[in-house]
Design a protein around this ligand. Structure first.
Ligand SMILES: *Cc1c(COP(=O)(O)O)cnc(C)c1O
Length: 397
């Protein structure tokens, strides 16, 4: 029997909206932050290097550099690689605009690559086709939390003398062939925005095995000045020099204290995300019109997002109607992403248009991100399954 959809005046599965992602702040976090608020250092204090060391330790990288947000992390990565005017950087289109914007900040040109239809990860064949004499780097986005095909990307990078950046904003806690995310590229960038795995309000991190690049990024986040305020205070010195153009991309000390506290809970949270994903996978296996994205066997998926693709040939409505119907049921579904090359900025600046990345464009018409975050109860998870089943059944043709 078909039940009346909430969008048609029926009773919604939930009375309150279940968001697609949400931070989890507990008393430990609040205690950690308030302790710093009572201390001498609100910014650039002892919690910054402590957080950096803990973060580097978590992912198994030599260095972690904390910055003010994930976009600043990408910008610092482009700076560390020396990207500038005339340089091309290959970026997949199924991502947040910042993955490409960071190239533009440095005066370089993003060159858009398509994604693989089953995973929505950057397509190494399309990367290979887009390498030119000007190409300097590839940005690999671990979309939804699944690590990209790093073996093939590294082979391409080696063959053509390119640097590899992992935009790992979705993927902390994941792994590729047993190697943790954060160690899979020359530079890996992370975001600490509240919808991501762990949060500092706003925040970002870059991890690397390269000491020199880490040093360059620490200068870059501090206006291009070689010593920070605390180092000068300790030395009783006032002299400093600005050696290159940098920005104020620092992360505050109380944010780093929050980051330290959040990091301790991360392994359990990743496991919870993976458990929710397994429950969804099992439930949607029975719905032919709903297909979760493919997870490759050689990865551990960190599930920042749980993305499904609707088979519109089996349904009477389009994705936008499905979206509105799920919202009406109290599901805070979302859409990740409008392919970057379709944004007006890039259409005007680079002349990009529909047809450039057919796999991403086709996926865009059919995908949706379902709620997934560690604090979701089993009941919340069942509500999502109930709502998706209800909608799909009602619109089956
Ligand atoms: C969140 C995100 C960013 C930007 O991070 P902010 O901290 O919001 O600046 C960049 N790339 C991807 C893939 C992201 O998901």
């Amino acid at each position: 029997m078909k039940t009346k959809l909430a969008v048609d005046g029926g009773i919604p599965v939930r009375q309150t909206m279940l968001p697609y992602g949400r931070q989890w702040i507990d008393e430990d976090d609040i205690t950690a932050v308030t302790a710093v608020l009572r201390s001498d250092w609100l910014t650039t204090g002892p919690n910054v290097p402590e957080f950096e060391t803990a973060f580097a330790g978590f992912v198994g990288a030599r260095e972690a550099v904390a910055v003010s947000n994930g976009t600043a992390a990408l910008h610092a990565a482009m700076h560390a690689l020396g990207i500038g005017p005339g340089d091309e950087v290959i970026v997949p289109v199924m991502t947040f605009a910042a993955s490409a914007n960071c190239v533009v900040y440095q005066g370089g040109t993003p060159v858009f690559a398509d994604v693989q239809a089953d995973t929505l990860l950057i397509d190494p064949d399309d990367v290979a086709a887009k390498i030119t004499a000007r190409t300097k780097a590839i940005v690999a986005v671990d979309y939804a939390g699944q690590p990209c095909d790093y073996e093939r990307l590294h082979t391409l990078a080696r063959q053509h003398g390119l640097k590899l950046v992992a935009d790992a904003c979705h993927a902390i806690g994941g792994a590729y062939r047993e190697m943790p995310v954060g160690t899979l590229a020359d530079l890996s960038t992370f975001s600490l925005h509240p919808v991501k795995h762990i949060t500092t309000g706003e925040g970002g991190v870059i991890t690397t095995h390269d000491d020199e690049m880490a040093r360059r990024m620490r200068v870059f986040r501090n206006h291009g000045i070689t010593t920070d305020h605390r180092q000068r205070a300790e030395q009783g010195a006032w002299f400093y020099e600005m050696v290159e153009l940098g920005y104020n991309y620092r992360l505050t000390d109380f944010q780093c204290a929050l980051g330290l506290s959040q990091l301790r809970k991360l392994p359990g949270w990743v496991a919870r995300r993976q458990a929710i994903a397994r429950t969804y996978d099992a439930a949607f296996a029975g719905l032919t019109a709903v297909a979760p994205l493919t997870t490759r066997p050689e990865v551990s998926h960190a599930y920042h997002l749980y993305v499904v693709r609707f088979d519109l040939s089996q349904l009477t409505v389009d994705r936008n109607t499905l979206f509105q119907a799920l919202r009406a049921e109290g599901m805070g579904v979302n859409l990740h992403y409008i392919p970057v090359h379709l944004h007006p900025f890039y259409r005007q600046r680079l002349g990009t248009r529909p047809g450039l990345c057919p796999a991403a464009e086709a996926a865009y018409a059919e995908i949706m991100s379902l709620p997934i975050f560690p604090q979701m109860s089993d009941e919340d998870v069942q509500d999502v399954i109930t709502a998706v089943s209800k909608i799909v059944t009602a619109y089956l043709n």
